[in-house]
Write a protein that binds this ligand. Structure first.
Ligand code: MG
Length: 161
């Protein structure tokens, strides 16, 4: 019996702008700005979606949910992650774990870690213990440090049955 493990990486970055809600990992975080984007701008869900698609060798989020498609305007990005979960199941994969980093100058997201981890776990149908999350600042450097944007990085490990 041999293990068939596959790893995937995902990354996303959106602008922080006024007049948008700040949604990270499906959780709304009170702040004066939010992430721009065609959908709800949830960089964490987008990075996780790409990490899982990458692990399966099945392309990227833009192929399944093109921003040119009006259907996805202001969409809840949980839809993208839930679709990816179905692809995993249909192709005989299970998630070993996912891990992610959000790079954001403000606000502090530490108080929301567990709510975000729970939401990710629920959408993916895995235990919360298989979901890692960290928040970092950019220490004032670059567009993230200046509060103009935020980034998310994610990795996913999956096993093919
Ligand atoms: Mg995106």
């Amino acid at each position: 019996m041999s293990l068939d493990l596959r790893v995937g990486i995902g990354y996303d970055s959106h602008r922080l702008v006024e007049g948008r809600r700040l949604i990270l990992g499906g959780v709304e975080i009170p702040f004066e700005k939010g992430l721009s984007g065609h959908s709800d701008g949830d960089i964490l869900f987008h990075a996780l979606t790409d990490a899982l698609l990458g692990a399966m060798g099945l392309g990227d989020i833009g192929q399944y949910f093109p921003p040119s498609d009006q259907q996805w305007k202001d969409a809840d990005s949980a839809v993208f992650l839930a679709h990816t979960r179905r692809l995993l199941e249909d192709n005989g994969y299970r998630i070993v774990n996912v891990d992610a980093v959000i790079v954001l100058e403000r606000p502090k997201i530490g108080p929301y870690y567990n709510a975000i981890r729970k939401r990710i776990a629920d959408v993916l149908g895995i235990e919360m213990g298989r979901v890692g999350l960290k928040g970092k600042t950019a220490e004032g450097m670059g567009p993230v440090g200046e509060g103009l944007s935020a980034e998310a990085h994610a990795v996913a490990l999956v096993e093919r049955n």
